[in-house]
Design a protein around this ligand. Sequence first.
Ligand code: URA
Length: 443
Amino acid sequence: MTIRDLIARKRDGDALSDDEWRFIAHGVAAGAFPDYQVAALLMACVLRGLTSAETLALTDAMLKSGSSLDLSHVAAPRVDKHSTGGVGDKVSIALAPLVAACGVAVPMISGRGLGHTGGTLDKLESIPGFLTQLSLAEAARQVERIGCVMIGQTAEIAPADRKLYAMRDATATVPAMPLIAASIMSKKLAESLTGLVLDVKTGIGAFLPRLEDEIALAREMVAIGAHYRCPVVVLLSNMDFPLGRECGNANEVAECVALLKGGGPPDLRELTLRLGAEMLVLGHAAPTLSAATERLEAALAGGAALEKFRQLVAAQGGDPAVCDDPARVLPKPALSEPWRAPRDGVVQQVNALGVGRGITALGGGRETMDGVIDHAAGFTLHAIPGDRVAKGQVLATIHAADAGRVQAGHAALDAAITIGDSPVTLPPLISHRITADGVERIG
Ligand code: URA
C-alpha cells in the first residue's frame, strides 16, 4: 500500500478500507508522508466525500493514533460539550464550571481560534496566569479533585487530527462534513466520556452554510458516538450574528463572569442553559430537561457555578480575582472607539463572518496556527438585528491597540452591520435537536 495509490483511489471516488485509513492516520501522525501528498488526499476527500463507514474508520484511526484521558478513577458521569465554532461563542467557559457545580464531571479539551471563529483556549489565556497546556495525568487529577478541567489538545490526543486540521486550514479543506465529523469525534472520544453534547452552528458564520449539511454532520456524529456507546445529543444553533454582546477574548471572559453571576445577555444565557440541561440529563444528574434547567438556574443564582469557576481558574494557575473584578484583572485595550449608525432604521444584519474577520483584523484572532493574538482587542455590540436605531447612535465599540487597528475595525463593521427599513424576524436560537432517535425541529 502506498499513499500515492490511496490518493488516486480517493480521486476516482473509491471507498478506502479500515486498514487503509489506519495506514493514513498512523502515517500522518508519524510524519511519514510529505505535506503535498496529504494535501492532495484531503482535497480528494472534500471533492469525493467519504461513506459513513469510512468516516467511522477515519475517526477510529485518528483516535487510536494517540492516547486517551484515563478517567477510570472518576466515579461521576463524564459529559463534555463541543461547538463547531462561532463568533462570540464563549459558552464553554461558563458551561464547564456550571455543569460541574451540578455534579457532572466535565473533562473539556478545547481549541484555539482559527479563521473567523474564536477559540476557548485563547479566551481563557486572557486571564493572567491561566495555563491550558496540562499533561493528561494532571488533567485527570484535576477532574477528580474539582470536577472539571479546560485544556488544549495535547500532543498525545489524536495527533493525526492535530496535523490534519492544521493542513486543512492551510489548504481550504476544512468545510467537508466527514472530515469535520471525524476530527471532532476523534478528540472527544479520547476524553473517556459517558455522554457528549454538540452545538452545531448554522448560518452565515458556520463552517458548513447549508442546513442539510449541518443535519448530516449531526447525524454522522450521533452514529459515531453510538458505535462507542457514548450517547450524543446535538443542538443546531444559529450563527447568523454573534452570540452575546462581547466578541474578542478578554471581553468575552468578562461576559461569562456576568453570566455566572446570574446576568449576561439573554441569548448567551439561553444557549448555555439548553446545552447544560442536555448535559445534566445525559449525566443522570436530572430526570428531565426542565428539572435540569431548574438545577442549573439554582447553581447560577446561588453562586455555586461562579465558585466552581473560581476553583477552575485557581487550579490552572489563573488569577481567581477575575471572578470578582474582571475589569481590573483582564487586559485592557489602549483604545476603545465608537462605531455609529450611518442612518435611521432597523438593524438588518450583524454578519457573524464579517465580525469574526474583523476581530482578526483588530489583532484578536489568528491568521496562522502560531500567530500571536492581542487578548484585549475585540468588539462590544450594543445592537442586534431587529433593533430600531437612530443615525449617530453608538451601535458598537471597537477595542484595539492602535489607530490603524481601530480603522480596520471600522471597515469591518461598515461591511458587517447593515441598516434598512424592513422589520426583521430573528431566526430561532436553537432550531433542531438530533439524537439517536432522530431529528426534532424545535425552533
Ligand atoms: N472543529 C474541529 O475540531 N474540527 C473540525 O474539523 C472543525 C471544527
